[in-house]
Each structure stands twice: as C-alpha cells, then as structure tokens.
Design a protein around this ligand. Structure first.
Ligand SMILES: Nc1ncnc2c1ncn2[C@@H]1O[C@H](COP(=O)(O)OP(=O)(O)O)[C@@H](O)[C@H]1O
Ligand SMILES: [Mg+2]
Length: 217
C-alpha cells in the first residue's frame, strides 16, 4: 500500500509540517523514522485547524507537559491525527466539540495515549466493526474509506493499539496507545535520573491490536 502523506490524505495542501527534528533514520520502506515531539505536532495541527476550520467547531487540545518523544515517521503521525480530525468534523455537520488529548502512561511500558473525541453522530455497532476496513465508508464524498486504515497502519507500525468507542447520537472516541521504543524508554529513564539501565527495561510488545467498541465514552 503506498504511503499516504497528510496532503494526499486530506486533499488540502495547507496541512502543517511539524518543527525541525534531528536527522531521521530510514525505515524498511524508505520512510524516515525519527524522534518526534507529539506536543509540537499537535501544536502545529491545532494552529492549522483553528485558522482554517469554521467557527462551528470548538477545539480542546491538551498535551501533558512530560510527553516523551515518539520514534515514528513524522508525516505519518500528522496524517493520522489529521485523518481523525477530519472524521470528527465530518461527524458533526452542525458543529460541536473535538478534543485531542495526548498523555503519558506510566503503567507497565511507558507509552503515549493519544485520543481524538467528538460529540458527533457516532457509529452503529456494525460501522464500528468495519471502520478500519480499507475502502469501507458511509460517506458519499471524499477519498472513501482510507482514513482509518491509514491510522491502523500507523499504530501497527508503532507496535501499539487502536481503540474505537462510539455510540450513535453521542459521539466517538478514537484512542491510540503508542509504546515508546526501548531506546526511547532508556533515554527517558536517564533523563529522570533513574538507576536502572535501559537493558533492564521490558521492550514494548511488537504486537498490535484494534479494539472496537460501541459504548458510551
Ligand atoms: N469520528 C467518527 N464519527 C462517526 N463515524 C466515524 C468517525 N470516524 C470514522 N467513522 C466511520 O468510519 C468510516 C470509515 O472512516 P475512514 O476510514 O476515515 O473513511 P472515510 O472518512 O473516507 O469514510 C466512516 O465512513 C464513518 O462511517
Ligand atoms: Mg476519514
């Protein structure tokens, strides 16, 4: 599957690019993988959507102050977040609230939890089940069912988990649980002055999963 960047994914060439990062390494498919500041990425996207989307959508962006760097492809992360925001906007034709929260999880392996939630139309049980299928869509316009598969692919490559919770008439919440790489965890430990060495840490699980629920958030 070709890599879809934020521009092709959204059809909008005013999508922001995050601030400069250290020189990236190449991933197997040639995409650059580098330590990325999720907070800086969110700040850029927040500025973009607030400047370009109409007044009917109210945004709540929050990022924990202790958010560690995430080792990933920066463009894929941006495209992921923007796809979730577009889905949230599409779900609220009369406007509403979109919240984007990034927090550090310290239980077990250190990870970043990234959640995009809306109070839009929500999804039926069947739609939730099929939402990440390539080309599955309930819309008559747009690219047609490539957004959530792209999100799922990003999470899979990160070795993380994707959770979709939705209830018709109430809204939807999409959560990405993204483990840090072993070296990143080690770096964070060092920064915190911890005594243990990175080698003593548990590596994040390479497996990924998608949990889809229809329930109130
Ligand atoms: N936030 C959301 N609220 C309601 N439905 C959603 C939301 N996000 C995704 N969906 C449902 O999942 C389907 C697939 O989403 P996606 O893969 O992004 O494709 P597309 O947006 O092109 O339809 C959508 O057509 C919609 O039915
Ligand atoms: Mg979409």
């Amino acid at each position: 599957m070709p890599r879809i960047n934020a521009r092709t994914a959204t059809g909008d060439d005013r999508v922001p690019s995050s601030r400069a990062q250290p020189a990236p390494a190449a991933r197997g498919d040639g995409a650059a993988v580098e330590p990325v500041s999720v907070a800086a990425c969110l700040a850029d996207i927040e500025a973009f959507v607030k400047a370009t989307w109409g007044p009917k959508i109210h945004f709540e962006f929050r990022a924990s102050a202790d958010l560690p760097l995430l080792t990933c492809n920066r463009i894929s992360l941006e495209a992921t977040i923007i796809n979730l925001l577009f889905n949230a906007r599409d779900a609220m034709p009369d406007g509403g609230v979109i919240s984007v929260v990034a927090a550090t999880i310290h239980e077990g392996d250190t990870a970043i939890e990234l959640r995009v939630a809306d109070n839009g139309v929500g999804m039926t049980e069947d739609t939730v089940r099929r939402a990440t299928e390539p080309f599955f869509t309930t819309k008559s316009t747009g690219l047609g069912g490539l957004g959530l598969p792209l999100v799922g692919r990003f999470v899979q490559e990160a070795g993380g988990r994707l959770q979709i919770e939705s209830k018709p008439g109430i809204g939807t919440s999409v959560t990405l649980l993204l483990p840090l790489s072993t070296s990143e965890v080690g770096q964070e430990q060092r920064l915190r002055g911890a005594a243990s060495s990175p080698g003593s840490l548990t590596a994040p699980s390479p497996s990924s999963s998608i949990d889809q629920h229809t329930q109130a958030r």
